[in-house]
Design a protein around this ligand. Structure first.
Ligand code: PMP
Length: 441
């Protein structure tokens, strides 16, 4: 077979694709499906929990309206699913109407359409550091300036957000929105404290910006009390939602395979999003919308979400217990009250990207932290998923991962000891690096 020159059309590619990097998890998928690998990498819900019988019943029900299911639909979505979304948003504390919601092909399309609506090249976005890699990817096509704001246990630090906004103003960067994943953030697992939600709203008012509230995980809470969405807080203050653009999705409360999400926003913004979607995919799948409508209208969807939460809680506990048991003392991690992820921070000299092949050789995988930053931070961090793998495997996976980390730490220790004995040491260190990269395969 002739070799394809991958760079052949570089001179024709648009500038926008040059700054785009592929999400590490997407690239990893092929490797991760290898038998024997314990993957703590994906962000997969446990779709097996839905059950074959329930799926068959649902399919039978949808088959009754097969002609519509196979047809094109309105760009903004079918009426029936909008009713479902009104109910779901009600459960999240936002009272809304059909006309305020707009169907998208997953929350992911919502990110793209909002970016398409608001961003010119060079515009600023304030977001958490680290943040959802898929959002960075969606935004990158519009060539913005990403400004990461540090988080602590209570989420994005508003004072730091203010500093970034001030800096942007001085530099003449037009910040268009603050992007936040307020609940059980992907990747860090932390939740934005209630008073900070208010502070961010206040900042947005002061600087006249939009807030993009991306909330796929709000209902996946295993403990503690639910916090109000930024959209509901704005509604409480103003009587209506004005500057919060809320993204929802069925991926985590139903299933990601249906690729269905929504945007909730004021009508002017939704109009622009509608035009953007017409150019992207005309409409989302009727088949998916009808499936979801049928399930949410005829079944106990809250019961299903509770069942998922029971499964994930147990797995989260297994992960936190295993981390406490196996990890060396210089490794730190977050304690999510819900969602799908734990974020671990290793000693600063460990490069989690470079370590990954070694981990995969030991049959465990994670997502290295650097993909969750637009710049080059996060190298010594990793995202660990607990929703997809059973508890005993999670435990084993963390045990293996701890071994890999320990090996790296020991390698460093021996290099440091070696460096006190001159050039022999540097030879030794090179040999050690070589042998470690050989091991990584
Ligand atoms: N936002 C966040 C924070 C996510 O973690 C994800 C997916 N994992 C999405 C949006 C997109 O999800 P989907 O397109 O499946 O709704």
């Amino acid at each position: 077979m002739a070799l394809v020159d991958l760079d052949r059309f570089d001179f024709l590619y648009a500038n926008r694709v040059k700054g785009m990097k592929t999400a590490a998890t997407r690239d990893l998928m092929a490797t991760l499906s290898r038998p024997g690998i314990i993957s703590l990498a994906g962000g997969f819900p446990d779709t097996k929990a839905f059950g074959e019988e329930a799926f068959k019943d649902l399919s039978d029900d949808v088959a009754q309206g097969f002609a519509q299911a196979l047809q094109y639909g309105p760009t903004g979505g079918l009426e029936t699913i909008k009713d479902v979304i009104v109910d779901v948003m009600e459960a999240e504390g936002v009272s809304t109407r059909q006309e305020d919601v707009f169907i998208t092909t997953g929350g992911q399309q919502g990110l793209d359409l909002v970016a398409k609506t608001f961003l010119d090249e060079g515009d600023g976005i304030i977001c958490e550091g680290p943040t959802y890699a898929g959002a960075l990817n969606a935004f990158a096509a519009y060539r913005p300036r990403i400004m990461h704001v540090p988080m602590d246990r209570a989420g994005m630090i508003p004072a730091a957000a203010r500093e970034s906004l001030e800096k942007a103003r001085k530099q003449g960067v037009h910040v268009k929105f603050i992007y936040t994943v307020p609940n059980f953030q992907n990747p860090a697992g932390v939740t934005l404290a209630k008073e900070r939600r208010r502070e961010l709203l206040e900042l947005a008012r002061e600087y006249d910006l939009v807030i993009l509230e991306d909330n796929p995980y709000g209902m996946l809470r295993f403990e503690g009390e639910s916090l109000p969405t930024l959209a509901s807080l704005e509604q409480e203050d103003n009587g209506e939602v004005e500057r919060v653009v809320y993204l929802g999705t069925f991926s985590k409360i139903f299933a990601p395979g249906v690729r269905l999400g929504w945007v909730h926003a004021q009508p002017g913004i939704l109009h622009k999003i509608n035009v953007g979607k017409q150019g992207a995919d005309l409409c989302s799948s009727n088949l998916s919308q009808m499936m979801i409508s049928s399930f949410f209208q005829n079944s106990d969807w809250r019961g299903y979400v509770n069942r998922l939460n029971d499964i994930y809680r147990e797995r989260r506990n297994a992960m936190l217990d295993a981390l406490a048991e196996f990890m060396p003392k210089d490794v730190h991690w977050t304690h999510p009250e819900g969602g799908l992820f734990v974020w671990a921070t290793l000693p600063s000299y460990i490069d989690a990207t470079a370590m990954l092949p070694q981990a995969i050789a030991k049959n465990v995988a994670y997502v290295p932290g650097e993909g969750f930053y637009a710049g080059d931070e996060g190298k010594n961090c990793m995202r660990l998923n607990f929703s997809f793998v059973e508890s005993d495997k999670i435990r084993r996976g963390i045990e293996l991962l701890a071994e890999v980390i320990r090996e790296r730490m020991e390698l460093r220790g021996s290099l440091e000891r070696g460096s006190h004995s001159g050039s022999h040491a540097s030879q030794a260190s090179q040999a050690a690096e070589k042998s470690s990269s050989r091991k990584s395969g």
